[in-house]
Design a binder for this molecule. Structure first.
Ligand SMILES: *[C@@H]1O[C@H](CO)[C@@H](O)[C@H](O)[C@H]1NC(C)=O
Ligand SMILES: *[C@@H]1O[C@H](CO)[C@@H](O)[C@H](O)[C@H]1NC(C)=O
Ligand SMILES: *[C@@H]1O[C@H](CO)[C@@H](O)[C@H](O)[C@H]1NC(C)=O
Ligand SMILES: *[C@@H]1O[C@H](CO)[C@@H](O)[C@H](O)[C@H]1NC(C)=O
Ligand SMILES: *[C@@H]1O[C@H](CO)[C@@H](O)[C@H](O)[C@H]1NC(C)=O
Ligand SMILES: *[C@@H]1O[C@H](CO)[C@@H](O)[C@H](O)[C@H]1NC(C)=O
Length: 346
């Protein structure tokens, strides 16, 4: 762990104080320095212009698995050697987009796919959940990552964020995938063993007339979710079916247009925001509070902490500029993965 002094010298911080989570054990934030857009980012991998990297997960061995929404492909990216080409793990031929990804047990991941039109704000065709098994994977053997379809969500419109509800003593079966649908404004559940689909949450906090519920994470039996249109990060206690069983707590509202996010070990949130003119990652302290932009980058889509010796790095996937895509303007920035040292750890 680098000393606070070395972290600060890394940052060239303005010595202005801001009431920003003084109570956090996060060493950067505890300094009280004004971190607004102060943290530098470093490229990990940059794709050709026009590539929209939508989400990411980090393997136990530190390698990054990234989803490319537009093509739609899954890549492995080596964060240690930035000149290593991204390794294509799979390319889908029956779906227009691939979005969320989550790891459930070591090196077993699930991804969700969708066919939707962001211009018309409608889904067309089917949405699927696939398993990506990296256990037999070897970089020297072609197609050694095993892909299998486990569920078809006939009524879904645009699956996006994906999280894993661990099995509990009171649960039947072996845990549930929870999946956000930003067009339908609901959360679906899928049982990996059977492919059984349900809709545990349809609430005012998930609904939308466009981009509703987006990122999902679970911590201490609480489901954290963002709603892009409502500009919120909220949390709610859920049961083993994924249903909300408590009141929703609004942790942050306004000043950001949230996409997906990561939680650090303390429960602080690092939320990607494609707010027009202010693309970046915002920090929301675990007890809630104003969303403060810490680093900026073009079109951030999702975030995940590194693992092992990299657990102090926050990796952020980027589209190259959400707003440009949404308005149909020419996209000039390239999508990829950047990293930033945010003080928190995964
Ligand atoms: C922090 O820095 C930002 C960007 O430089 C500035 O807009 C903001 O007013 C500062 N906040 C405080 C509390 O000084
Ligand atoms: C720090 O935060 C915790 C939990 O939010 C709270 O219980 C505690 O009183 C706070 N401590 C200080 C010194 O503000
Ligand atoms: C589409 O992908 C499936 C599964 O990987 C494969 O079996 C099939 O041959 C592919 N079809 C085409 C037209 O490439
Ligand atoms: C979904 O998109 C894929 C890829 O563009 C296409 O092959 C498929 O026909 C679409 N499904 C429907 C039902 O339109
Ligand atoms: C969610 O609930 C609202 C209000 O009851 C309803 O209008 C809407 O159809 C529901 N959405 C889905 C996908 O069932
Ligand atoms: C939820 O909110 C209602 C209304 O404010 C309150 O009466 C109730 O005690 C709350 N429930 C919990 C579990 O906090």
């Amino acid at each position: 762990m680098p000393s606070l002094k070395s972290l600060l010298s890394l940052l060239s911080l303005r010595a202005i104080t801001l009431a920003l989570a003084h109570n956090s054990s996060n060493p950067l934030l505890a300094t009280g320095a004004n971190l607004t857009f102060a943290l530098p980012t470093h490229p990990v991998h940059t794709f050709p212009v026009g590539t929209w990297i939508e989400n990411l997960a980090v393997r136990e061995n530190g390698q990054i698995i990234a989803t490319d929404d537009t093509h739609p492909r899954i890549y492995q990216i080596d964060p240690y050697y930035s000149h290593t080409p991204a390794l294509l793990l799979h390319e889908f031929n029956n779906t227009a987009s691939i979005l969320g990804i989550v790891e459930t047990t070591p090196d077993v991941f699930y991804v969700c796919t969708a066919n939707y039109s962001s211009a018309k704000l409608e889904g067309y065709g089917e949405a699927y959940i696939y398993r990506l098994d990296m256990r037999p994977f070897s970089s020297s053997i072609k197609n050694s990552a095993v892909i299998s379809k486990i569920a078809t969500l006939l009524e879904a419109k645009a699956l996006d964020g994906l999280t894993w509800l661990e099995p509990r003593d009171d649960a039947e079966g072996e845990g549930l995938l929870l999946i956000s649908d930003f067009l339908a404004g609901v959360i679906w559940s899928v049982k990996p063993a059977t492919g059984a689909v349900a809709m545990p949450i349809n609430s005012t906090y998930t609904r939308s007339t466009g981009f509703g519920v987006n990122g999902l994470k679970i911590r201490n039996r609480k489901l954290y979710l963002t709603n892009s249109q409502q500009q919120t990060l909220v949390k709610v206690l859920i049961n083993s079916k994924g249903e909300a069983v408590g009141n929703y707590t609004v942790l942050a509202q306004g000043g950001f247009t949230p996409d997906d996010f990561a939680l650090d070990a303390e429960g602080n949130a690092y939320v990607t925001s494609f707010e027009v003119g202010r693309n970046g990652v915002v920090f929301v302290p675990r007890e809630g509070g104003q969303a403060v932009y810490i680093p900026g980058m073009a079109g951030p889509t999702a975030a995940a902490f590194g693992r092992g010796r990299e657990e102090g790095w926050l990796y952020v996937s980027t589209s190259g500029g959400d707003y440009d895509y949404l308005t149909g303007k020419e996209v000039t920035a390239a999508g990829g993965i950047v990293r930033v040292q945010v003080g928190g750890r995964g």
